[in-house]
Design a binder for this molecule. Structure first.
Ligand code: NAD
Length: 280
């Protein structure tokens, strides 16, 4: 059967990262031409090289999703080397320690405490909060403004945003990241409605817990054993394991392909049952 993705141009922001490089590989294996955009140019190049060495078509492009000029320059490179964009994956995102409290619950004693490293709600740095909101929300909005214009006249176009478990219910300690991903889920629905008459579909993946560089220190100790938080997560994941990046690709291919052509505005949890489980 002919692939849905043969010669489709896919732009993946954050494509040099753990989850999105796996998505890039999966789409390239289906015959797509993939542009890997990342702040870390070397990582983008490495992922593109890996794909081309396996016979796929890919380019790495240095790009900052928070900078319109940088996005426009990347757009020119994509147009020249691959053509207009058919599928945009807004993958760049993440948390920041300055938007994170050190404890899940505030206790009275914390008011007077001089414990080193204690960061309560009252110590949160607005700059850290802004960083996280900008990276996740503005960092999805700006690339969409730049690349979606290509898609308006191209049948079968799709935008995929990356939400998270914390969008459904906030996770302890990470108010900025939770709020920013909730905004991504909301934006996915808004944009799906806004673009519905153009034929561009807009959907999101909501990955559960995947052990990656961003959360490794939150979930595992230096000896590889689980932290208390890592254990709590697995206890609340009915399937009893962390996700593997490859767990995202089946849903991704379905959401950007013809099989889901009447699906728009959904946020799909890929979480081993975490969001369905009440804890008892
Ligand atoms: P990652 O850190 O491996 O990848 C993120 C990539 O984004 C990095 O390569 C980084 O260089 C790039 N990036 C950061 N700022 C950028 C900018 N301003 N412009 C361009 N690129 C930039 O993280 P990951 O775990 O693969 O996460 C990918 C996406 O999935 C993120 O949106 C993340 O929030 C989301 N997510 C991850 C998990 C998880 O468990 N790892 C769970 C839910 C959602």
């Amino acid at each position: 059967m002919k692939s849905n993705f043969l010669d489709k141009v896919v732009v993946i922001t954050g494509g040099g990262g753990v989850l999105c490089s796996t998505m890039a590989n999966a789409l390239a294996a289906e015959g797509a031409k993939v542009a890997i955009l990342d702040l870390r140019a070397e990582n983008a190049e490495n992922v593109a090289n890996q794909i081309t060495q396996q016979g796929g078509q890919a380019i790495g492009v240095a790009c900052n999703v928070l900078n319109l000029e940088s996005l426009q320059a990347a757009h020119q490179v994509v147009l020249e080397k691959l053509g207009p964009c058919d599928i945009l994956i807004n993958g760049a995102g993440g948390n920041h320690p300055k938007g994170t409290t050190s404890k899940p619950f505030f206790e009275l004693a914390d008011l007077e405490s001089s414990t080193e490293g204690l960061k309560t709600f009252f110590d949160l740095d607005p700059e850290g909060i802004k960083f996280v909101f900008e990276l996740n929300f503005i960092g999805s909005l700006l690339p969409t403004q730049v690349f979606a214009k290509d898609m308006i006249t191209r049948p079968g176009s799709s935008i995929i945003n990356i939400s998270s478990m914390n969008a459904f219910k906030p996770l302890t300690k990470i108010p900025a990241y939770s709020g920013a991903k909730a905004a991504i889920s909301n934006f996915t629905q808004w944009l799906a409605v806004h673009f519905a008459k153009t034929g561009i579909r807009v959907n999101a993946l909501a990955p559960g817990f995947f052990l990656t560089d961003q959360n490794r220190t939150l979930l595992t100790n230096t000896d590889g054993s689980l932290t208390a938080r890592g254990n709590t997560i697995l206890e609340h994941t009915p399937m009893g394991r962390f996700g593997e990046p490859e767990d995202l690709t089946g849903t991704l291919l379905w959401l950007c392909g013809d099989g889901s052509k009447f699906v728009t505005g959904v946020v799909i949890p890929i979480d081993g049952g975490f969001s369905a489980f009440s804890g008892v």
